[in-house]
Every structure is written in structure tokens, then in C-alpha cells.
Design a binder for this molecule. Structure first.
Ligand SMILES: NC(=O)c1ccc[n+]([C@@H]2O[C@H](COP(=O)([O-])OP(=O)(O)OC[C@H]3O[C@@H](n4cnc5c(N)ncnc54)[C@H](O)[C@@H]3O)[C@@H](O)[C@H]2O)c1
Length: 340
């Protein structure tokens, strides 16, 4: 662990799917992890050698800061409890399910003098971060048209994801990564138009569903995002094309060979092919290191709470667009009174 992160005790709240990637990162950083979760804490602790806190209160009392990896509808309440206890917060995306709630969390943190960082991990994937650097260094001139996509096997078949009141649906849950990317790479958004197929009925998202959102940016650039919760077994894929006046940036995760093993039959360890150019560290590790160093007084990280709130606001506008069938003018959209 870097000197800046010596003797770190992290309070991990939640012990589900994504907790494994966070725990692996905290372990790699040498942190002590104290986990509190409604379910699964003992199993996670047993698997990784963590300590279990008996209550949220006990976890908050002992941890230096919290890392919230619970279902999205619980983020606000847990973040506010941590802030009240004077603890800094790292929270999985979406920061909360409405921009108004995000702003409530941000205001509470400001008055308590603590920080809140939303875990928008895509900003830490090397290709996306390289695209940001290229755009902001002016290497592709003025961005004109950008396209982002992301697909995964649907999490909606099991648990809370299918309930749009709890997950926000495929746009709030999955596309929120690319809404954040579109804003990060192309700037502020002035208009949002969204369609989803099949539609959500009575607040229940289809298990397999695709959504498309078109954004117009203040610069005049246009971006398009697609997010798909696919059939079981759908390979995870994401990518982008960002076209500017003097160049184009492209990335497709499926074209990125990354890491492969060619094993001879019966061999315990066969030939390994590890292209050094593509086998980097886990972006979850890059992310949590940068956020933890910032919480210890290091430089500001590349993602702030306001970015989390903005991504949620774009997803809310997309839902409003689907409800009305119209493009939403972001210069006036204000369902919550928070953006007047
Ligand atoms: N960044 C990413 O790549 C990524 C990927 C998947 C999920 N996520 C986000 O991470 C969050 C968690 O998703 P998941 O798939 O791991 O969920 P999950 O349902 O698999 O796990 C949630 C965990 O939180 C616990 N929990 C629920 N309510 C709690 C409460 N009030 N207090 C304490 N513990 C509670 C559950 O017992 C469970 O252990 C969601 O917000 C999701 O959007 C992010």
C-alpha cells in the first residue's frame, strides 16, 4: 500500500455482487475492511479475511470512511447516516435515485465538512480515461458526434433491479455510466431524448431490454448512448466512437483481447499469453486508490459528487422523455426544484 494509505480501515456497507470487486481492491491496497451488510457479510468476510461489524452504527464508529455497495435505493439513507457520523463517503453509482436526493446528500456533506465521491468506475477504465485526455488536449478538435454502448446479461431476473422504483431501470442503472461519459467527454447537456424497448409496465422493467438516449450538448455536439440488459449469457461489452473535427477516438471492449490463456491438455500450467499493453490493473483498484488518497488529503479525484448528481439528473430526464415522448430541454427541466 502506498504510504498515503497506511493503516486504513474501510467500512464496507453491503456484501453482494459488486462488493467482491471493491474488496479485492481494498485488499490489494492493504486496507483493513470492516463489513456491515443485511445479508452476506459473514460469507464475504470468510472468503477474503475481513472483519464483520454488528451494526451500521458500529461500522461507522470504527471506520475511517465508508464504501457503500448496497442496492441503489439505500444509498441516500446510508450516505446521510455516514455523514451524520462525520464519515467521508464513497458510494456506488447511481449516487442516489434522484438528483434532488443527490443534492440533499451533497448539502449534508458540505455542512458536516465531509466528502462524498460517487464510484463512476468507467472514468478509471484506461480507454475512457485516454479519450478524456485526448479530447481535453484538443487532439480531435471540436467533438461533433459521439456514440457509447454498454451491454450485459440482465441483473433484473433476480432481486431488486427489475423494480424501477428501486433501480431506476436500465438507463439509471447501466446507462448512467455512459451518460456520465457523454458529459465528461462532450460537456454540458442541453437536450435529452430517450426510447426504451420493450417499455416498462406498471413500474416493472422487462428483464431483457434496450434503451437509446440521444443527447445534445451545449457545444452543439450530439451523443448517442445504448444500454442493454441482455439474455442470460450475454457477454459484457462496452465501447465508444468519438468523432471530432480533426480525428476520431474508438474503443470496443470485445476487440480488446486483453488476457488469454492457451493451456495444453492435462497441463497444470500451460503457455500464457499476456499482452502487456492491455493487461492493466483493475479499474476498480485504480478508482478506489484515487478516491482514498483524495480522502486522505491528496489531489481532488477525477469524479466528484456533483458529477454523480448530474448523471442521475440526465437519467431522470431520459425517464421524463420516455413518459412524454418528447425531447427534454435541460435548460428548463427541473422536476425537483433543485436545478432552478
Ligand atoms: N460500478 C459497477 O460496475 C457496478 C456493477 C454492479 C452494481 N453496481 C451498483 O452497486 C450497488 C450494489 O449492487 P449489487 O449488484 O452488488 O447488489 P446486490 O443486491 O447483489 O447486493 C447488495 C448487498 O447489500 C446488502 N444490503 C441491502 N440493503 C442494505 C442495507 N440497508 N444496509 C446494509 N446492507 C444492505 C444486501 O444484503 C447485499 O449484501 C448498486 O447500486 C448497483 O447499481 C455497480
Amino acid at each position: 500500500m502506498s504510504q498515503q494509505l497506511a493503516d486504513l480501515t474501510v467500512g464496507l456497507i453491503g456484501a453482494g455482487n459488486i462488493s467482491h470487486l471493491h474488496v479485492s481492491a481494498w485488499k490489494a491496497l492493504g486496507a483493513r475492511v470492516l463489513v456491515y451488510s443485511e445479508e452476506g457479510a459473514d460469507e464475504l468476510a470468510g472468503q477474503y479475511g475481513l472483519e464483520v461489524a454488528a451494526s451500521l452504527h458500529a461500522c461507522l464508529a470504527e471506520a475511517e470512511f465508508v464504501d457503500i455497495v448496497t442496492p441503489s435505493p439505500t444509498h441516500k439513507e446510508i450516505a446521510l447516516a455516514a455523514i451524520k457520523a462525520g464519515r467521508n463517503v464513497i458510494c456506488e453509482k447511481p449516487l442516489t435515485l434522484t438528483a434532488a436526493d443527490s443534492h440533499e446528500v451533497i448539502a449534508a456533506a458540505a455542512s458536516a465538512g465531509v466528502k462524498v465521491y460517487p464510484a463512476h468506475v468507467v472514468r478509471f477504465f484506461p480507454a475512457y480515461s485516454a479519450a478524456y485526455d485526448a479530447v481535453h488536449a484538443g487532439r480531435i478538435g471540436d467533438v461533433a458526434v459521439a456514440r457509447f454502448y454498454r451491454q450485459a446479461s440482465s441483473p433484473a431476473g433476480k432481486g431488486w433491479y427489475q423494480d424501477v422504483a428501486r433501480s431506476g431501470g436500465v438507463i439509471m442503472d447501466l446507462m448512467v455510466h455512459d451518460l456520465d461519459q457523454a458529459r465528461w467527454l462532450c460537456g454540458d447537456v442541453t437536450s435529452v431524448y430517450a426510447v426504451q424497448n420493450p417499455p416498462t409496465v406498471d413500474g416493472i422493467s422487462p428483464v431483457n431490454v434496450a434503451a437509446h438516449v440521444t443527447l445534445t450538448h451545449a457545444t452543439g455536439a450530439i451523443s448517442h448512448c445504448r444500454a442493454t440488459w441482455g439474455a442470460t449469457g450475454t457477454t459484457f461489452q462496452s465501447g465508444f466512437t468519438v468523432a471530432g473535427s480533426t480525428g476520431v477516438l474508438k474503443y470496443a471492449s470485445d476487440a480488446d483481447l486483453g488476457y488469454t490463456e492457451e493451456l495444453q491438455a492435462g497441463a497444470a500450467v500451460g503457455d500464457l499469453l499476456i499482452p502487456a499493453s492491455t493487461l492493466g490493473e483493475s479499474p476498480y483498484l485504480t478508482q478506489l486508490r484515487e478516491l482514498a488518497v483524495a480522502l486522505r488529503g491528496g489531489p481532488e479525484p477525477r469524479v466528484l459528487a456533483a458529477d454523480g448528481a448530474s448523471a442521475v439528473y440526465l437519467a431522470e430526464a431520459a425517464r421524463e422523455s420516455m413518459a412524454t415522448g418528447r425531447a427534454i430541454d435541460m435548460t428548463t427541466f427541473d422536476p425537483t426544484g433543485e436545478h432552478a
